[in-house]
Ligand binder design. Structure first.
Ligand SMILES: Nc1nc2c(ncn2[C@@H]2O[C@H](COP(=O)(O)OP(=O)(O)OP(=O)(O)O)[C@@H](O)[C@H]2O)c(=O)[nH]1
Length: 395
C-alpha cells in the first residue's frame, strides 16, 4: 500500500440530505483591489428582492448602509456575544462581519437560519478558493455537520480589467507547486467577473479574457463596471450539481466566420484547441463520444489515478513520471452521456471528485445536454502525455 492511499478522501453519499432545505453558499474571491467589496456593497444596498447573508472579513465603510446592528449571543457559548456582528439591512440582506472564514462563524450565522436564503462568503485577495470550496463540499465532517444546512452553489472570481493580465503574468505568491494566488483563484472559479471595464481599452479586455480562458476555459466571463451584474449569473448557479456551461467555441464553426473589430473571442486560438498553459498552470479539455459502460468505468479509474495518486495509469507511480512535471489537478468538471441515455456530471476540487447522474425527469429538458461529452481539467503538468492518456480512455 502506498502512502498516497492514506490521503484518499472518502466520498460521502448525500442521499439522506434533503437538498431543498439547504441554503446555497457562494464564495467570492478575487485579486487585491479588483472590486470584491464594491460588488458586495452593491448587493447589500440594492433592492433586488433576495434575502442574502453576506459574510465579510470586515464591514469596511458601511456608514451609508441604513442598518440596525444587533449582536448574537449563544447560551452555549457566552463568548460569542459581541464577537460577531450582524447587520439587518433595509433590502432584506443580512451582513455579518467575521474575523476569519472558519466554520464556527458560519455556525453562528446559521442560528439565524430562516432570515436569509443565500450566503455569500467574501475571501481575502490572497485566498485560494480551493480549500474553502472543499470545506463546503465533500468531506465527512461537513456532511454530518453544516452540510445538512448549507450547499456550495459556486465560486466567483473578480478580476481587475486593468491589472488582471499583469497580476496573472507576474503572480509571485506561489504555493508548494509554484502556482500563484491569482491563477489559483481563476482556476478554482465557476464564474469570472471582469470588473473595472470602464477603465480598460477594448484590446486590453479581449487580451485579459483570452488569458483567463487559457487557464479556465469552462467558466463564463462577465464584464462589469462597479460590480453591476444581474445576480442570476452569480447566485443559484448550482455549479457543483449542473454540467459545465457549453462554450460555443468548443464546437467547430458551422459556417465560415468573418472576424471584425467587434469580435470578442480570441482570434489566435485554433477552433479545437484543447491545451493551454500559463506560468505552469494549464487546462486540458477533451471531448468524448457517447460512452459505453466499459469506457465510463475506465474514466472513473483514470480519474482515481490522476486525482488521487497524481499520475496517469500508464505510469505505475508518480515517481515514474521521471522528467515529467508534477501532475496536480486543482479543478475538474465534465459531462457525458452513456449509451443507455443516462447523463452524468463530473465535479472535482483537488483530489475530491464526484460523478453524479442527472435526474432525467426534472432537469434534463432545460439542460439541453449534447450527446458529445467533455472533461475539463485545470492544474499543473497537464501535458500531451496526459491528454493522450485521457483520449485513450475514450477509444
Ligand atoms: N472605475 C472603477 N472603479 C472601481 C470599479 N470597481 C471598483 N472600483 C474602485 O476600485 C477600488 C477597489 O475596489 P474594492 O471593491 O475595494 O476592491 P476589493 O477587491 O474589495 O479590494 P481588497 O479587499 O483590498 O482586495 C475602490 O476604490 C473602488 O471604488 C469599477 O468597475 N470601475
Amino acid at each position: 500500500m502506498s502512502d498516497v492511499d492514506d490521503d484518499i478522501p472518502d466520498l460521502i453519499e448525500h442521499a439522506d440530505v434533503e437538498q431543498g432545505k439547504r441554503v446555497p453558499l457562494t464564495i467570492i474571491c478575487g485579486f487585491l483591489g479588483a472590486g470584491k467589496s464594491t460588488l458586495l456593497k452593491r448587493i447589500l444596498t440594492e433592492k433586488h428582492g433576495y434575502r442574502i447573508a453576506v459574510i465579510m472579513n470586515e464591514f469596511g465603510d458601511t456608514a451609508d448602509i441604513e442598518a440596525k446592528a444587533i449582536n448574537i449571543s449563544s447560551p452555549d457559548d457566552p463568548t460569542a456575544e459581541g464577537s460577531e456582528e450582524f447587520l439587518e439591512l433595509a433590502n432584506g440582506c443580512l451582513c455579518c462581519s467575521i474575523k476569519d472564514s472558519g466554520v464556527a462563524a458560519i455556525e453562528k450565522l446559521m442560528q439565524k437560519k430562516g432570515a436569509f436564503d443565500h450566503i455569500l462568503l467574501e475571501t481575502t485577495g490572497l485566498a485560494d478558493p480551493g480549500p474553502i470550496a472543499s470545506m463546503f463540499w465533500h468531506n465527512e465532517e461537513y456532511a454530518y455537520g453544516l452540510g445538512r444546512d448549507i450547499t456550495l452553489d459556486g465560486v466567483i472570481c473578480v478580476v481587475d480589467a486593468v491589472f488582471g493580465k499583469q497580476q496573472m503574468e507576474e503572480d509571485h505568491n506561489t504555493d508548494s507547486i509554484n502556482i500563484g494566488e491569482s491563477l489559483r483563484q481563476i482556476a478554482g472559479s465557476d464564474v469570472i467577473i471582469l470588473n473595472k471595464t470602464d477603465l480598460a481599452e477594448a484590446d486590453q479586455l479581449i487580451h485579459t479574457e483570452s488569458l483567463i480562458k487559457r487557464v479556465n476555459p469552462g467558466s463564463p466571463i462577465h464584464r462589469t463596471i462597479k460590480g453591476q451584474i444581474d445576480l442570476k449569473h452569480i447566485l443559484g448557479i448550482s455549479a457543483y450539481t449542473k454540467p459545465p456551461p457549453t462554450d460555443p467555441s468548443d464546437d467547430p464553426p458551422k459556417e465560415p466566420h468573418v472576424h471584425t473589430a467587434d469580435c470578442h473571442h480570441d482570434q489566435d486560438q485554433e477552433p479545437k484547441t484543447t491545451h493551454y498553459e500559463l506560468r505552469g498552470i494549464s487546462s486540458l479539455q477533451v471531448t468524448c463520444p457517447v460512452l459505453k459502460q466499459s469506457q465510463f468505468d475506465r474514466l472513473d479509474e483514470w480519474l482515481r489515478s490522476v486525482l488521487w495518486e497524481n499520475h496517469i495509469p500508464e505510469n505505475t507511480s508518480a515517481a515514474e513520471e521521471g522528467e515529467s512535471p508534477v501532475l496536480q489537478v486543482l479543478r475538474c468538471k465534465g459531462s457525458f452521456t452513456l449509451q443507455d441515455g443516462t447523463h452524468y456530471v463530473l465535479q472535482g476540487v483537488r483530489s475530491m471528485y464526484e460523478i453524479s447522474e442527472l435526474d432525467n425527469s426534472s432537469s434534463q429538458g432545460d439542460l439541453g445536454l449534447p450527446d458529445v461529452g467533455k472533461v475539463v481539467l485545470i492544474g499543473k503538468g497537464l501535458d500531451d502525455n496526459v491528454r493522450r492518456s485521457l483520449e485513450k480512455v475514450f477509444q
